[in-house]
Write a protein that binds this ligand. Structure first.
Ligand SMILES: [Zn+2]
Length: 535
């Protein structure tokens, strides 16, 4: 076929579809995926997967087009997905593939409120999203690794956290693989020809970022049931002993966060040794940990607490848009500190916060940006000290502003309201305002939407036996912050006293009444403020 006739056919094909692709907003207003059934066949000869995905879509607006995300086959790399057939009610539908999308014409207008079930048959070698690689023992493994929006490299989906759907993974694999995914195991059966089918079903809606399966020569252990939730560990067969030992925290964080936040959302909790590119990936009810986690001599407890905390925040109450990812990472980071505070005490808690504070300050000097940074378009770049440590510090300061009881009641209310849904920062703020009865707008804005932190230059002098004077100056180039600063005064003859100074201007001068000579003053002795002191 000559190039001109290809062009003609392409033009003809496009004429069946709207001239312009929808943006995220337009698409989310026109359709809502209800359910995915992913049938995937994997093999031991090559990295090609065969997929058959059945999608139940509800139309929010009348229309005849469906725009899904799917990475198309690319001749130069030999990777990508080639769609062979799309059909609904056994009638074939017209479709075209662009580089990143699959556009389907339903053939007739579907009314708003109606649903359509369509099936897509496709195959190819995933360029990303499904990691097909040998583990450290040379065994072949398959691990979905979708964060942030890498599901479309191997699955036809609406690859955005705002569109949650229930799902099934039906994986056909050579019989030696054990396959794990979210939800309940529906069926595991031999197919003949040494093949095996494993069918998992998740009845709680998830975002695509946490919809995966893993296949490897796993051994499964640490089986337990907590509060009717099955919990177990999946590790490579060579790591049976060390892996089960390292993964022994299976239920500890589950119990703790269930008690302190609210009921766990999913049917089970599997802890899985994997090839995820991340330290851990919080896939819903089926957490993937890095390969070394099952062999390391270092405690994996923080990692476990972080990923388990995500089951509440990130997976169940999900950020509706990427720029609000702090609602996921900031929460998991802070709740890990809170977990450590509960189980291991104040010193460990404060040391963790101090370490994070140093990271936030260091990061700011390299990348001066706010936590909610709408200039970021490459979402992987949102995995930074702002989304994690600074957002964790934001929650820590919010806790001190509101007090423990109100703060944790607010978290519970937020979870209750947005469980299995999606939320924006404004939704979280609204819940915290309703819980506390306080207007939190300026507090949220200065810490989440303004770059930087207070950089404090300070001095003090004893002005009499009964008074000292403290001068505090905010020296950052960015806008001034408004915050309470605690200062601890140590007396020369022993003893100490702590005062709180409200700072909101560039300079604050405060005279404090004392009862003797002061030896030294410490700012923020209880690690409650994100700030930097001028040396
Ligand atoms: Zn995380």
């Amino acid at each position: 076929m000559r190039i001109s006739s290809i062009l003609f056919l392409l033009c003809f094909a496009f004429s069946l579809f709207q001239a312009k692709a929808q943006n995220h907003q337009q698409r989310s207003e026109s359709l809502d995926v209800q359910h995915y059934r992913f049938e995937i066949t994997i093999n031991d000869d090559n990295d090609r997967i065969a997929g058959k995905t059945t999608i139940l879509i509800r139309f929010l607006k009348a229309g005849s087009e469906i725009q899904l995300d799917l990475d198309a086959f690319d001749f130069s790399s030999g990777k990508g997905m080639n769609v062979e057939k799309v059909f609904a009610n056994s009638a074939e539908l017209k479709f075209i593939q662009t580089k990143k999308q699959l556009l389907i014409n339903t053939g007739k207008e579907i009314n708003a409120g109606e649903t359509l079930e369509l099936t897509i048959e496709y195959s190819g070698v995933p360029a990303d999203g499904l990691i097909i690689d040998q583990n450290r023992y040379g065994d072949r493994t398959f691990f979905g690794d979708n964060w942030p929006n890498r599901a479309h490299f191997w699955l036809p989906v609406v690859d955005h956290p705002s569109d949650k759907a229930t799902l099934e993974f039906v994986v056909k694999a050579p019989g030696h693989y054990k396959v794990v995914s979210s939800g309940k195991l529906v069926e595991e059966k031999k197919l003949g020809n040494r093949q095996k089918l494993t069918h998992w079903q998740e009845n709680v809606p998830l975002s695509t970022k946490v919809m995966v399966f893993g296949a490897a020569d796993f051994v499964v252990g640490n089986d337990t049931v907590w509060n009717q939730i099955p919990v177990n560990s999946w590790v490579f067969k060579e790591n049976r002993e060390k892996g089960f030992h390292n993964y022994r925290y299976g239920t500890k964080a589950l119990e703790y966060f269930s008690a302190s936040i609210g009921p766990y959302s999913y049917e089970k909790l599997a802890h899985v040794q994997s090839k995820t590119r991340y330290g851990g990936m919080e896939n819903a009810g089926c957490i993937f940990y890095n390969e070394n986690s099952a062999i390391s001599d270092k405690s994996q407890e923080d990692l476990f607490a972080h990923e388990v905390a995500h089951q509440w925040f990130g997976n169940s109450a999900t950020e509706e848009n990427w720029h609000h990812v702090w609602l996921s990472e900031g929460f998991a980071t802070y709740l890990t500190h809170v977990y450590n505070q509960h189980f291991y005490g104040e010193e460990m808690f404060r040391n963790g916060l101090k370490k994070d504070r140093a990271r936030v300050i260091g990061y700011f000097h390299r990348h001066p940006a706010p936590i909610i940074d709408t200039t970021v378009t490459e979402y992987i770049r949102l995995l930074n000290a702002n989304s994690y440590q600074k957002a964790s510090w934001f929650l820590h300061m919010l806790r001190h502003k509101l007090g423990d009881d109100v703060f944790f009641a607010g978290l519970r209310n937020y979870y209750r309201e947005y469980q299995n849904k999606t939320a924006l920062t404004s939704d979280f703020r609204k819940v915290m305002e309703e819980t506390s009865g306080e207007n939190l707008e300026s507090f949220f804005d200065q810490w989440l939407r303004q770059a930087g932190h207070p950089v404090i230059d300070w001095s003090w002098q004893q002005t009499s036996d009964k008074t000292i004077e403290i001068n505090i100056k905010q020296t950052q180039k960015q806008a001034f912050f408004s915050f309470p600063l605690e200062v601890k005064l140590d007396y020369k003859n022993g003893g100490s006293a702590t005062f709180r100074i409200n700072v909101s201007d560039s300079t604050t001068q405060q005279v404090l009444q004392v009862s003797g000579n002061i030896r030294d003053i410490e700012l923020d002795p209880e690690v409650k403020l994100l700030f930097e002191a001028v040396k």
